[in-house]
Design a protein around this ligand. Structure first.
Ligand SMILES: [Zn+2]
Length: 263
């Protein structure tokens, strides 16, 4: 497909962004997501989960929405009970689908941030669902970015380590084929996230979770990426790096052990 470069750059309103509350990098004590009574433009509430429009729509030609995940400001996805985590992801998938079905957007992304290096500014656990009017992420993200060396293969789901990561080093992909297995799938997501913030090879407290789907493919794809300073070869030359085989093998085996103890 022909790339139109002008559609591959999102305009971020930094003047508005500067006014955003930041409870991650600044020591701001006021959390807008705890102050539920003053939230505006709520679209749906399910228990303590709230889907609403982002009060700071910094991205041009986009529709930015958020899911506040819990009423616990210090809550964390990998610490939710498996049942709560499944209900949360189920809610998010439903809203993601709903935004896609609006037909207004070239593509819709669904992702969450955790930690200082993840790009998030509000500590309170939340996910983002954003519709892009002019940009289709499938122009840049291909199925091969979600494939890799198998870590776990079960009937209806697969977990692998990217062999062609987007940005580099360790990207764990989870592929759900059978929607009935969502509870197991979400439990694996929690365990991978927990591994990245507690047991990974270097100290790391940040990660992202990204959701993808591909036209004509009914599977759900999730990528979990530990975050640290982006390597300069990527910043300067878009070279994604992977770890040497021996290192990879140790990470795969450790993860396989952790994931196999799921039940
Ligand atoms: Zn809060």
């Amino acid at each position: 497909m022909e790339h139109n470069p002008s559609l591959h750059t999102l305009i971020y309103n930094l003047d508005l962004g500067r006014t955003k509350p930041d409870t991650v990098h600044r020591d701001a004590s006021y959390c807008p997501f705890c102050d539920v009574a003053h939230l505006k433009n709520i679209m749906e509430t399910r228990g303590h989960m709230i889907w609403l429009e982002n009060a700071y729509p910094v991205l041009k030609d986009s529709w930015q929405t958020l899911i506040i995940e819990s009423d616990d400001c210090d809550g964390e996805f990998c610490e939710y009970t498996p049942d709560y985590a499944t209900k949360l992801i189920d809610f998010g998938l439903e809203k993601w689908q709903q935004v896609k079905e609006m037909g207004r957007f070239r593509s819709v992304v669904f992702y969450r941030n955790h930690g200082y290096m993840s790009g998030g500014t509000i500590h309170h656990p939340h996910s983002q669902i954003v519709g892009f009017e002019n940009y289709d992420y499938h122009d840049d993200i291909k199925l091969y970015h979600l494939l890799g060396t198998p870590i776990i293969e079960e009937d209806g789901l697969e977990i692998n380590l990217s062999t062609r990561p987007i940005i580099g080093f360790y990207e764990v992909n989870l592929i759900l084929e059978n929607k009935e297995k969502l509870p197991e799938f979400v439990r694996y997501m929690q365990l991978v996230a927990h591994y990245f913030i507690h047991d990974f090879v270097w100290r790391n407290e940040s990660y992202n979770i990204f959701f993808y789907d591909f036209p004509g493919d009914s599977r759900l794809f999730v990528k979990i990426v530990p975050r640290f300073l982006t390597n300069p070869l990527y910043v300067g030359y878009m070279i994604a790096q992977v770890a040497n085989k021996g290192h990879q093998q140790r990470v795969i085996e450790k993860l396989r052990t952790i994931l196999s103890e799921r039940k």
